[in-house]
Design a protein around this ligand. Sequence first.
Ligand code: SAM
Length: 152
Amino acid sequence: MQSLLRALATGRDVAEMGSAFGETAAVMRETARSVVTVELDPDRAATARERLRDLPNVETLEGDVYEVLRGRGPFGLVFADGGLRPVTEEKWEAILALVEPGGIIVKDDMTPGRAVEGDEVREFLLRDPRLAAAEILARPEMAVIVAVRLPD
Ligand SMILES: C[S@@+](CC[C@H](N)C(=O)[O-])C[C@H]1O[C@@H](n2cnc3c(N)ncnc32)[C@H](O)[C@@H]1O
């Protein structure tokens, strides 16, 4: 996953939903133009801040990503790795608003082989007409969805 995100981040402004301890942000920033990463949990946010401090193209923020990133962007890559559930229409629209035309949303940790119908994450990312998306088996036990925002 980190190799895929490192590749997709190249030259882009990246937003990460859920920093955890900053591991993936540290990888994406190697190729990205910029990375802004947001973490809700104060202890995790502190660890991420420490790990990522002094890196000139990384901004580490604490709080609810939907509040913290409202009005920011658009980004060329959004790694949707935290705060998705419970899934709501409002959240999807907020995520889409972060992504520039041609920009990418990545969602990992998908259980392979599940139907699209009844799976709110798949229904949005694979069926929304504003996106062109593919589900890829990253490991035997984990799939990832890569969705590109179509031009308006
Ligand atoms: C799977 S972990 C992120 C891992 C990290 N992206 C990485 O690859 O290193 C998900 C994180 O999202 C955070 N999170 C959950 N809801 C959030 C929200 N509304 N805003 C920001 N972060 C949130 C959780 O606290 C958790 O640390």
